[in-house]
Design a protein. Sequence first.
Length: 408
Amino acid sequence: MAQYLFLDTDVQVLIDVTQRNVFEEVDQLNDTTILSRSDEDWLKYFMDKYAICVPTLDVSKADRTYVDARVPQYPVPNPNFNNQQGVPGRIHTLHIPYSGPEALFYYKPRIYQMTPVIAGTSNSEITIHAGGAWHTANSIDDHFDDAIKIIEENLVNLRNDVATFNQSLAGLIKPRLEARRKSAEQTKATTESLKYPLRRREDAPQTYKLPERPKPLAPEPAAKASTPRAEQQFIISETDYEEILRICTSMSLVMERSPSVFEKAEEEHIRVHYLVQLNGQYQGAATGETFNSKGKTDILIRYQDKNIFVAECKVWAGYEALIATTSQLLGYTTWRDTKTALIIFSRRMDFTNVISEAQRAMKDHPNYKSGPAQEGESRFRYVFKHPNNDQREIIVTLMLFDMPKPSN
């Protein structure tokens, strides 16, 4: 779907979130882990993982497709093919490959081109469209060239914005690592100085493997196939599921604490922020992105052409709306034991009532089976029946976040 690029959240928000995440990961390293590798090894790991990468277009490999369709008869300031009844014509689409994270196309650089550009994005290419009865070959080429120029200029500005952060990253991480190592060494020295011998654990790990960047998802079989021809089913592990929810919670807390930044953000724009953080932690098997989008509001993981994780990002719109959103979420699931999440943002004053109404909606859904298991002040896990098979269960974690509007 074509939409405006580089006009959503300021890139400074991404920089702030990334810095907070790297500090949090350093602080959470346990004593054994931090002492298992040198500070140089850890620094390289964190630099590789948290340096912000801006996409690079490969215009030399751009190519074009077209479809016959009804197109606008007259030009308008912001062409939209649905604004006019249209006449028979042709819509041309330029496909430009790129490398890097898709979500960066939706962050706004500090200095940006005032002329907006409309394009579609996937995890591998940008698409620019041209269609109208008034177009000539020259005007279509000019339209494509102008759009590429604006995109490239915005990407340059984004690179300039993140360059300062990337260059300062080592200086930010080193003191944090040194403090964490010093604390671990002091704890180790105290432990080793005790006069009583330490009981040896038979299952104690002998070494620690430095994490890879990014972490690959490893779906596991849901059950053994009953026959050689039976279709194998897979699920994400509970460990990966919990980590995904943790990353979503961390991003949501940023939004809670920055109401002036996110007060006007639409659901599809909020989704972009989650995709950046999640794909920064997990590596896809075929592309650089494990987490993708389908439609405007959902985030999903597909494995062997099946959805094994789906999340819906919605702004709270009431009891009935949450029931409808839950049905939409369940409709995306195709396998048994699919793990899902509903991420709901409230812009209402009475957040306590929102939590109560949301729980009531979940229990009143016709596919509700059991729950909730409360996992936090506003996080609840449920079990639902699959809409097409009562024997299949779907885990739904409801996550509610308060996003108050700033006072004027």
